[in-house]
Design a protein around this ligand. Structure first.
Ligand SMILES: [Fe+2]
Ligand SMILES: [Fe+2]
Length: 191
């Protein structure tokens, strides 16, 4: 597992517990957006059929997660609500180098890998404080999915790019992610 450089404090768990519905709403939108990012990658890299195949599978899985969170919300008498500004992803996207198609791909693979690792950390933390029940069971399953997704992105980055280049960029992006996440207000949301 990737070693993230900012550890989420337990006050974040308190915020989630204090308003679980708000957390679920935000998480629903996060799943929707990650499915659409995977579809975008698939559409932009037709010369890398292995990447396209992996992104189709990932999009299907993330879309299923979107459906599952939506079902949980409906069962609780909630809707997904309106999506707000995403300061976390917005901050991360500022790190993307867009001049060169390969640099851009490397950055996105690594950033998405880091985002999945952050999801893994946070879903695990949710399972630590939720009571037994369907929501906790769901987050236990998602913790495992995010660990697998994070490994997928890192594997693809290492498959397509030289090891030194990957490690150097990963090092910089891990620092950037830690800075972005440390600067966010703690609230009942995935980030
Ligand atoms: Fe997901
Ligand atoms: Fe994921």
């Amino acid at each position: 597992m990737l070693r993230l450089r900012y550890q989420t404090p337990s006050t974040w768990q308190d915020a989630v517990l204090a308003d679980l519905n708000a957390f679920l709403r935000d998480h629903a939108h996060a799943e929707r957006k990650v499915a659409s990012s995977a579809m975008a990658l698939a559409g932009q890299h037709h010369r890398r059929p292995e990447l396209v195949a992996e992104m189709i599978d990932l999009a299907l899985e993330e879309l299923t997660h979107f459906k599952q969170v939506h079902d949980l919300l409906v069962a609780r008498g909630q809707t997904i609500g309106q999506d707000g500004p995403d300061l976390y992803m917005g901050g991360l996207f500022k790190q993307l180098r867009r001049r060169d198609v390969n640099e851009y791909l490397l950055d996105r693979l690594l950033l998405f890998g880091i985002v999945e690792a952050r999801g893994c950390e946070r879903f695990q933390m949710v399972t630590e404080v939720l009571p037994e029940g369907p929501v906790r069971a769901f987050y236990l399953e998602l913790t495992r999915c995010e660990a697998r997704h994070h490994a997928l992105f890192l594997r693809l980055a290492r498959q397509f790019f030289e090891a030194d280049r990957v490690e150097e960029r990963l090092d910089a992006l891990l620092d950037a992610e830690a800075e972005v996440v440390a600067g966010l207000v703690i609230r009942s949301a995935l980030h």
